[in-house]
Design a protein around this ligand. Structure first.
Ligand code: G3P
Ligand code: CA
Length: 353
């Protein structure tokens, strides 16, 4: 950290590249192959989203409903596990991790989530297992040794209120798993993120000063949305209220950083042109909070219109993504989530303030 007074400059010495779900533009997300590729391509940090199995093991998946990212729908022995559930107020029909033991989940194989935008990734379908958090930590440890740079971790507990409601609360498991390996216990920086608030506050209380290398990060969705635990508790506040100067001060009582949706830092107009940056980064930095926006993606489908290259939605456009990321780097962000860490690395390494 620098003792800066410029609130539009990073609080860190070097802006950090987070491999979002690994290198998910190039491998099926949340697989060891995806995390390995992220590190090979220059990520400083790898990000596992976490859900629970029936036997309480934390595994890397973006959702607990896994028909979109695995071959589960084609495995005959699991056909009768298909069911309908309401998760965070939304009804889903499919197969859910909490209905499978870890041993059963290990029989499945990962698939590309968005083959229409990432057709090359289909060649990796059905090759890789669903990894546990413990396996992701072990990989970061292994790659830290082989590369000579410490690979940090950025786990996110998904649907914490829901998992608590089915007696599979994830926070104690997360702490136990992180403490079970000395790499995550004391060597790496571990950024623990959540879109909910109460679980982060509880972790802050529980940890006290015991884990100086772990940093809690408050994720923030679009301004008009609410943390799901606020919805359940009848708290009327939206993320917008957490983004104000006062809101950031409150967040700083339990967290070290925020992870905002990128358009809350710089929005785009109806033509896709960047608007003037908001005061989000300044408000966060004034409260001493790091800022890690999400998510930068290198395909045309995800870039604002003026940055799209010739071609269809699946056309890879690394230079457009570098331009987009560098626009956000101008605001003083401290790191960012990208599906393509090589592109993120290039954006950071070629950026001139
Ligand atoms: O955690 C940062 C970013 O990953 C949040 O969005 O939905 O990709 O987990 P999501
Ligand atoms: Ca995430």
């Amino acid at each position: 950290m620098t003792g800066c007074t410029n609130l539009s400059a990073p609080l860190v010495d070097k802006v950090l590249v987070v491999g979002h779900r690994g290198a998910s533009a190039l491998r099926p997300e949340h697989t060891l192959a995806s995390y390995r590729k992220a590190v090979e391509d220059g990520a400083d940090i790898i990000e596992p989203d976490l859900v629970s199995t029936k036997d309480g093991v934390l595994v890397a998946r973006h959702e607990n409903e896994i028909s979109g990212t695995t071959n589960v729908s084609e495995v005959a022995k699991f056909a009768d596990r298909k069911t309908t559930k309401t998760i965070d107020g939304v009804q889903y029909t499919g197969w859910f991790t909490e209905d499978f033991t870890l041993a059963e989940l290990k029989e499945l194989r990962a698939r590309e989530r968005i083959p229409q935008a990432r057709p090359s990734n289909k060649s990796f379908n059905d090759q890789f297992e669903i990894p546990t958090l413990a396996e992701v930590i072990a990989l970061a440890q292994e790659l830290s040794a082989s590369t000579g740079r410490t690979i940090h971790l950025y786990p996110e507990t998904k649907h914490p209120t829901y998992f608590q409601s089915v007696n599979l609360a994830m926070e104690d498991r997360l702490v136990e798993t992180l403490r079970a390996n000395e790499f995550s216990e004391s060597k790496a920086t571990v950024y623990i993120q959540s879109f909910e608030v109460a679980n982060l506050k509880a972790l802050h209380q529980k940890l006290g000063g015991s884990q100086p290398n772990w940093k809690l990060v408050q994720l923030m969705d679009a301004r008009d949305k609410k943390p799901y635990d606020f919805v359940v508790a009848g708290d009327s506040r939206t993320y917008n209220e957490l983004m104000t100067e006062a809101g950031m001060k409150e967040v700083a009582t339990y967290a070290k950083g925020v992870g905002p949706y990128k358009l809350t830092i710089i929005n785009v107009d109806s033509s896709g042109n960047f608007e003037k940056p908001t005061d989000l980064v300044r408000n966060a930095h004034a409260a001493g909070l790091l800022v890690f926006p999400y998510t930068f993606r290198p395909e045309n489908a995800f870039l604002p219109a003026p940055l799209k290259a010739q071609g269809d939605d699946a056309t890879r456009n690394p230079s457009g993504s570098v331009t987009e990321i560098q626009k956000y780097l101008e605001t003083g962000i401290d790191g960012f989530f990208t599906d393509d860490p090589a592109v993120g690395r290039q954006a950071v390494d070629t950026f001139k303030r």
